[in-house]
Design a protein around this ligand. Structure first.
Ligand code: 4AD
Ligand code: MG
Length: 431
């Protein structure tokens, strides 16, 4: 059998006999000519089976090949500007590995419910393939940037005895004779590891029992969370903007074809270069009222508010100094204005909403004890966390970037369900 190559490497094989292993994407029957569109995970190529060039068995296999059958084809690579991708394979053999019958997803329009029930097959489509490839690029870029900027990757636990964020979104499970929760964030643990390394990050799945159906919430999502000793709120924003710019520019450079498949208008992403605009929560409230969306100081933003704020700038915008009342217990107080805190959210451009939450953490033992009490958290679960304020406490900051929200924004897709291979959402755990 001639050399097995992948579609992505086909340009280097013009004029040669090669073998491709993949699946049938589409089939056009023109009698003595059979046009097979074959995909192999790296790309799609048109293959032409001409009756005169194939054995009767091989030509019969080409005729029989139905959508999503697995197959191995052999042929000569030709450059052809009319073919999708610019290359074509003139076949000499077709071997069907498994003949698929009645593939449920056809070129006609299927409803979203149907596609979600068939997610295990839907991920084969060109569009879903492009989204998941961009997701992988985003994850690689995030890791590359952190690894080359002095951050140490520390893995934090998934099974935890206590909460980090809103206690109403905890997934509870049993832990032998005790209770445990699935991690909402790795942050608290990495506030400990900065005491050993200075700058760290964790990257893993996080869990929230979100009880409302929205386009922006999953119950299981992936978050990358850097944490930094001796960095204040301003320093935190500087890191965030460098980090996000790098991720976006890397995707623009390396995933041109996928962005084109998604018909993404990249002119808006070209502009995503640090520095990003910064406004206070107070400014954001004024902005909303000016834009005709009545909003009261002290309320938390909902999706429509985030959209309006985000759309007012040509790149992502930081909103900082939120009211303490609706932020997590660990947020540092603003000096001289204790009703607000040193928190910052990054809202994506084009109205995609919050992609990062973070800020400066409470450094003082007394204030943290007070906060734990105000939030009615069981103090005994947080003794270890309080120790961090007893033994070498320092000003420190960190943030969490939600991978799926970032994928939705960069890909320009309106619903978060397509940003992960197997989304977990309210009352949805199949497949
Ligand atoms: O703003 P959040 O809740 O912040 C934290 O968890 C901090 N402990 C992070 C830190 O400072 N280390 O979540 C951070 C980000 C959000 O901006 C959003 O992108 C994403 O995580 N996120 C979700 N993504 C999908 N579905 C959900 N239910 C999400 N909840 C948060
Ligand atoms: Mg948040």
């Amino acid at each position: 059998m001639p050399k097995w190559v992948y579609v992505k490497d086909i340009a280097a094989a013009v004029g040669q006999q090669v073998t491709l292993k993949g699946w049938l994407y589409d089939h056009t029957d023109k009698g003595k000519l059979q046009f097979l569109l074959v995909r192999d995970g790296t790309g799609v190529i048109q293959c032409v089976a001409s009756q005169k060039d194939l054995s009767p068995e091989a030509f019969a296999a080409a005729q029989a090949a139905a959508q999503e059958s697995s197959l191995i084809v052999t042929g000569t690579v030709r450059a052809d500007s009319r073919a999708p991708g610019g290359f074509e394979l003139s076949l000499s053999n077709v071997e069907i590995v498994q003949l698929a019958k009645d593939y449920p997803i056809t070129p006609k329009d299927h409803g979203i419910e149907f596609l979600m029930q068939h997610r295990h097959l839907w991920i084969r489509s060109a569009r879903q393939n492009a989204i998941l490839r961009i997701r992988a690029e985003i994850i690689k870029a995030a890791r590359d940037w952190l690894d080359s900027n002095g951050f140490v990757n520390i893995d934090t636990p998934i099974l935890t005895p206590s909460s980090c964020e809103d206690t109403t979104t905890l997934f509870e499970t049993t832990y032998f004779d005790d209770k445990a929760y699935l991690a909402q964030s790795g942050q608290l643990y990495n506030e400990a590891t900065i005491g050993s390394f200075g700058k760290v990050y964790c990257f893993g799945p996080t869990f929230r029992a979100e009880k409302s159906k929205t386009r922006r919430h999953l119950t299981e999502f992936w978050m990358v969370e850097p944490e930094m000793a001796y960095i204040d709120l301003d320093g935190c924003m500087e890191v965030e903007e460098q980090f996000v710019s790098y991720i976006v520019q890397t995707v623009l450079k390396n995933r041109v074809a996928e962005l084109r498949t998604l018909e993404r208008d990249v002119s808006r992403l070209d502009r995503v270069i640090a520095p990003f605009p910064r406004i206070t929560y107070d400014d954001a409230v004024d902005l909303l009222n000016q834009k005709g969306l009545p909003f009261k100081w002290g309320d938390d933003f909902g999706a429509p508010h985030e959209t309006v704020i985000g759309e007012s700038f040509d790149r992502p915008v930081f909103v900082h100094h939120y009211p303490s009342a609706f932020k997590a217990f660990y947020m540092e107080e603003t000096p001289g204005r204790p009703e607000t805190c040193l928190s910052v959210d990054l809202l994506a451009s084009e109205g995609y909403g919050e992609i990062i939450g973070g800020g400066q953490r409470t450094a003082s033992l007394e204030l943290l004890e007070k906060r734990i009490q105000q939030h009615k958290l069981p103090r005994s679960d947080y003794e270890w966390y309080l120790d961090l304020r007893r033994y070498g406490s320092v000003p420190h900051s960190g943030f969490g970037l939600g991978i799926e929200r970032t994928v939705a924004w960069i890909c320009g897709i309106s619903h978060i369900r397509e940003t992960i291979a197997f989304p977990r959402m309210l009352e949805k755990i199949y497949p």
